[in-house]
Design a protein around this ligand. Structure first.
Ligand SMILES: [Zn+2]
Length: 165
């Protein structure tokens, strides 16, 4: 008798998970449709430098990129998939030699993951659409967030948008 109750509970729990999973897939998250490609496919699309950063988690040399000192009104997209990542409105001069932002366009555009490589505790920033490695997130940025998204220029594509809100 007890077993049966347990089994019923499991069934209900399982169903709930299934249903939630389903609504998750069919809900607004669908707007951010994932871009999934093999490494061979990415190699064809990206330049060697972009591939190194995006798929091998490389870092471009400081002050070597196109956008660290770039000023202009618009949106910085993911160079790999076109996902809109950062606005010029949150860009600031960090003096590090990499384009720096104190916020992303919205929370679902980028993903953050713990990165303990090279014996450092860092937070990795990835494009949430194609999983390209973008850079790292630090907590020494300016107000209002005090965050610093330190991003590689080579994996960004600037699209000018005048008078954006
Ligand atoms: Zn992307």
């Amino acid at each position: 008798m007890r077993d049966l109750t347990l089994r019923k509970i499991c069934l209900v729990l399982g169903m709930t998970l299934l249903l939630n999973g389903d609504s998750f897939c069919n809900g607004e998250k669908l707007l951010l449709e994932k871009v999934i490609k093999s490494n061979a496919e990415w190699k064809k699309i990206l330049t060697p430098k972009q591939y190194h950063v995006a798929r091998e988690k490389g870092t471009e040399r400081a002050f070597s990129g196109e956008y660290h000192d770039h000023k202009g009104q618009g949106i910085y997209q993911c160079a790999a998939c076109g996902n809109e990542l950062f606005s010029s409105k949150t860009k600031f001069d960090s003096g590090t030699g990499w384009p720096s932002f104190w916020a992303s366009v919205s929370e679902d555009k980028v993903r953050e993951e713990k990165d303990n490589s090279f014996f450092m505790k860092r937070t990795e920033v990835l494009c949430n659409r194609c999983d390209a490695h973008l850079g790292h997130l630090f907590e020494d940025g300016p107000a209002p967030t005090h965050l610093r998204y330190c991003i590689n220029s080579v994996i960004l594509k600037f699209v000018e948008k005048k008078e954006q809100k």
